[in-house]
Design a protein around this ligand. Structure first.
Ligand code: ARG
Length: 297
């Protein structure tokens, strides 16, 4: 048998496997948080842009929310601005906020837009300021882990919490065939600018637009059990228990919390997948077993 003959049934099988999902997802809004290694590696960047374009052409309404920590670090360093983190959040003074807004809303956002457009998608870049998309308020954290001392208030500066998402502009763009690409920068009641965690924005956007799916790209395979094995599928209640019991640690904790939040607000499934794998989004959405962890209601 020639190589060609051996390949053919496999390719057909893959397409057949995808078909029910293409049908199921038709017309569905799906929010993809784009970040980590997939945003740094040239090959992965290109794959991602093409995958998002493909989603649009097969009838889904993808919405991209992106991060950009490493890119912000680079520019801060070039400008000689010191940066520090409190509880995983960048301490954001006014000067830092200016850089964050320039890098996320400018360079990074437009690069993603251009890459999607190169593949024939019609991407539009937005920050939370455009069309009043993201209203934010200042985030402060109470740290009561210090035992018998009174709780300490941690102030990360211009780091924001999402107060409200106005779904209008996203719906308008999606319906007209565009792919919204959102930088996680919000605006406060007095016009002040806030730096917001991209996972949080993605979760809130998914809830606000009534998305069927939220996909969080990470640099790990998904949620791991206590033996370190990938959990392919988990329901919200069990995921909550895993966080409470300390099986889930580090950066995965807030991700699961954002996932649970999205599900609480009606998103039917959240998929946490490894953006280091080529075409991770397509493999998760269009195969039966997926490649990461799905969190379902
Ligand atoms: N492709 C299907 C979907 O998106 C199934 C995905 C299963 N994923 C998993 N990690 N178990 O609904």
């Amino acid at each position: 048998m020639s190589n060609g003959e051996m390949m053919e049934p496999n390719v057909a099988d893959i397409l057949i496997e995808a078909l029910p999902y293409i049908r199921q997802f038709s017309g569905m809004s799906i929010v993809v948080k784009y970040g980590g290694h997939a945003m740094v590696d040239e090959q992965l960047k290109n794959d991602f842009a093409r995958d998002i374009t493909l989603l649009k052409f097969v009838g889904l309404h993808p919405v991209v929310v992106h991060g950009g920590g490493p890119q912000i670090n680079q520019v801060l360093e070039k400008m000689g601005i010191k940066t520090s983190f409190v509880r995983g959040m960048r301490f954001t003074d006014e000067e830092t906020m200016d850089v964050v807004e320039m890098v996320l809303g400018g360079k990074v956002n437009k690069a993603i837009v251009a890459q999607i457009n190169r593949h024939g998608g019609k991407a539009i870049g937005l920050s939370g300021k455009d069309g009043g998309l993201i209203t934010a308020e200042k985030l402060t954290i109470m740290d009561d882990t210090s035992g018998d001392k009174p709780p300490e208030i941690i102030d990360p500066g211009l780091v924001g919490n999402v107060k409200r998402i106005d779904p209008d502009i996203i719906a308008t763009l999606s319906d007209r065939g565009f792919i919204p690409v959102i930088a996680p920068v919000g605006v406060g009641a007095n016009g002040e600018t806030y730096n917001i965690n991209a996972d949080l924005v993605a979760s809130k956007v998914a809830a606000a637009i009534g998305a069927g799916r939220l996909i969080l790209l990470t640099d790990v395979d998904g949620v791991l059990d206590s033996e370190g094995n990938l959990i392919s599928s988990i329901n919200a209640a069990d995921a909550g228990k895993m966080v409470a019991s300390g099986v889930v640690t580090g950066g995965m904790i807030p991700k699961i919390e954002y996932a649970l939040d999205a599900i609480r607000y009606g998103v039917e499934k959240v998929q946490i997948i490894n953006g280091r794998r080529r075409h991770a989004v397509l493999l998760e959405l269009f195969t039966d077993s997926g490649i990461g962890t799905e969190v379902v209601a």
